[in-house]
Ligand binder design. Sequence first.
Ligand code: NDP
Ligand code: GDR
Length: 371
Amino acid sequence: MKKALVTGVTGQDGSYLAEFLLSKGYEVHGVKRRGSLFNTQRIDHIYEDPHVEHQQFVLHYGDLSDSTNLIRLVQEIQPDEIYNLGAQSHVAVSFESPEYTADVDAMGTLRILEAIRICGLEQKTRFYQASTSELYGLVQEIPQKETTPFYPRSPYAVAKLYAYWITVNYREAYGMYACNGILFNHESPRRGETFVTRKITRGIANIAQGLQDCLYMGNMDALRDWGHAKDYVRMQWMMLQQNEPEDFVIATGKQYSVRQFITWAAEELGIGLDFKGEGVNEVAVVTSIDGDNSPALSVGDILVRVDPRYFRPTEVETLLGDPSYAKQQLGWEPEISTQEMCAEMVAEDLKTAQRHAFLKKSGHHVTISTE
Ligand code: NDP
Ligand code: GDR
């Protein structure tokens, strides 16, 4: 039985990857951070009682800022594969916590690579680094591929640039099987609540159910290449099964604006929208309502406004990936379209909003974050 160590196992990708590896028969070891509350909602359905023998899914406390902890875990587990998915992964937050982001996202990657070396596992343990399309930042070429120059535009992206190159360097310096997946945005119903797609699907469902007044957005002109996280974790595993380690761009090859994603999400609930005005005065007005999923809305209501607090000091305006090398070398192609993914996310968030609306009607206090 192969053993995999996954950092960031409690996150969106970590949860799908753990499910995937378990289905392949791996013994999966996940690193979770100690919090004052449980932070395992995304993996509770695969949780195994640690008091039972022969666990296939094992959770360990740990942190990417703690090298002794990482060395001990690598020494104890002797993993065949390590997937480094743990990160402070929010671009906007990285402007507020740049030093922490660098410590975890850049130095954290170095700490794991060093742990592999210190334990003498350079020839045994294969290493996957969660690299990102944010490396392209101020894009130099459209679409972006493996050879496109990088120009990071946030403390997050700069930290990930270090992680990218240290992974390449350890591969070249020590002959390690270490590679980067340069993944474009990928989403799902498990996406963190404050990333733009989830903020939209959650926000519109809440507004439709009368739990929130309005969706406050930043730059709606931003263009992204959005895939489904399930498709992308399959690719993370495939990258570690090759004869030689290589870096790959993973993307859908299609690009849409944030405004388009809002329009799709609203349509899923039968809401027609008209975007009016410009810049900070832009609003989206409800023009039609079909079906009974939006009892709290009326034609003429303002569903979306702009709040400049969501503008970033430096923005990445456009990202579009060219996944043809991954297709050619690995036979990988995304199976779920952006619009299908949007529909799945809206359906899940509507169920949650309906539950919350019921609780509220029954006199319970319900707090809805509009961040
Ligand atoms: P999430 O934000 O959903 O998950 C991040 C994970 O990292 C969580 O498990 C989190 O733990 C953990 N983590 C945060 N800080 C630390 C730390 N100091 N030590 C250990 N673990 C930590 O991210 P995604 O699942 O969306 O992304 C996975 C990885 O892929 C990240 O590295 C991200 O930067 C990268 N990436 C993501 C893309 C995307 O579109 N989703 C695209 C390209 C790259 P906790 O649950 O306790 O917060
Ligand atoms: P991104 O994702 O920065 O691409 O990083 P996010 O969903 O946060 O933003 C995408 C685009 O939408 C614009 N935007 C808003 N974003 C948020 N979060 N909230 C808003 O209200 C809002 N309004 C407009 C943003 O300005 C941006 O242009 C994600 C993360 O998962 C990274 O970890 C990963 O590396 C990259 O994707 C690829």
